[in-house]
Design a protein around this ligand. Structure first.
Ligand SMILES: NC(=O)c1ccc[n+]([C@@H]2O[C@H](COP(=O)([O-])OP(=O)(O)OC[C@H]3O[C@@H](n4cnc5c(N)ncnc54)[C@H](OP(=O)(O)O)[C@@H]3O)[C@@H](O)[C@H]2O)c1
Length: 302
């Protein structure tokens, strides 16, 4: 199958693209800077600077991962707009590509697996969250809701749409874990605030397998929580990471310090949802790394 991936140069895409190629798929990547990201991706990937640039070789499946990094900068109003716009516009490009293919009488892709995040649900305290849970209205929810809504029109063209509400992705050499490791390795790690907030997480390999699963099973559509079946609180995450590294974790970071330092972005660290992958499990998906200690051990041994 020919699979087009937006954001294929990112932390998740860099694992997904080689996996797709290993399974015999042809991979097309949309990147803002094809030349710069060339060396991060397998040589077989066809990298172009827009989805429309693939009109001559129409993809049979789409994976949508592009978006401005959530934790790169403080959430000023301008940055919030950038976070939303980068995702909505990347998604709209895919819808436009399908409209164009339809107008040309060319075949349309069969499926779009489109990114979203645990932030869709907003702060849910310690309530158990499945795909049926009503969201809490806050910036993270509005961001994800607009991202998901931008993909919706593709369904009217007969393209199957599966939305993945992704938890914190854990893997070697990148993502949030890479930023957390230095202080933890020095024994300077600690929980954030009271540590009771949930941190749904997923091993990057399980996320890539979930994307492949959603691409291949034609019966699956709608929202899917993309996180491991055993989420943990921030305090448990802190303890497990410290234990895996054989270091203490005794320096909690008070909520007021995070709020003063990070502004609205501190919500990312201080709130969360006990998100469960109910629909993936119902569909028969199996996680290689269901528990955090197993996932961290594998990543740190890598
Ligand atoms: N990693 C996580 O823990 C996590 C958790 C929940 C949800 N997600 C979501 O899952 C998706 C993939 O995650 P990831 O960690 O692989 O993301 P990532 O590495 O931060 O970025 C993915 C790609 O998005 C493109 N991008 C960056 N800024 C952009 C902008 N302003 N406009 C358009 N494209 C831009 C970049 O591709 P080019 O530079 O090649 O254009 C980048 O390689 C993201 O949308 C992310 O929000 C990730």
């Amino acid at each position: 199958m020919r699979v087009l991936v937006t954001g294929g140069s990112g932390f998740v895409g860099q694992r997904l693209c080689p996996m797709l190629i290993a399974q015999g798929h042809e991979v097309q990547v949309v990147s803002r800077t094809p030349h710069t990201v060339r060396e991060r991706l397998p040589k077989e990937c066809d990298i172009r600077d827009s989805a429309q640039a693939f009109i001559d070789t129409p993809p049979e499946a789409l994976v949508n991962l592009a978006g401005e990094s959530i934790a790169a900068k403080r959430w000023s109003d301008r940055q919030k707009d950038r976070l939303i716009r980068s995702r909505v516009e990347a998604t709209e490009q895919l819808v436009s590509l399908c409209e164009q293919l339809h107008e040309n009488g060319q075949p349309l892709p069969k499926v779009l697996v489109s990114g979203s995040a645990m932030g869709y649900y907003g702060d849910q305290g310690d309530r158990r969250v499945t795909e049926d849970t009503l969201p809490h209205d806050e910036f993270a929810h509005r961001l994800c809701a607009q991202w998901e809504a931008a993909a919706k029109p593709i369904e009217a063209m007969g393209v199957r749409l599966a939305i993945l509400r992704i938890g914190l992705v854990l893997g070697p050499d990148g993502g949030t874990l890479q930023k957390m490791l230095p202080p933890f390795k020095l024994g300077l790690g600690g929980r954030f605030g009271d540590g009771k907030q949930f941190m749904p997480w997923i091993h990057r390999d399980d996320l890539v397998n979930a994307i492949l699963f959603l691409l291949s099973d034609a019966s699956l559509s709608g929202p899917f929580n993309g996180s491991a079946p055993h989420p943990v609180t921030n305090a448990e995450f802190t303890r497990t990471l410290a234990r895996t590294l054989h270091r203490p974790a005794v320096l909690p970071v008070p909520a007021c310090v995070l709020k003063a330092g990070l502004g609205d972005m501190s919500q990312l660290l201080l709130t969360g949802a006990d998100m469960r992958p109910a629909r993936l499990i119902d569909a028969g998906f199996t996680f290689t790394y269901p528990t955090l200690d197993k996932a961290l051990q594998a990543i740190l041994d890598d």
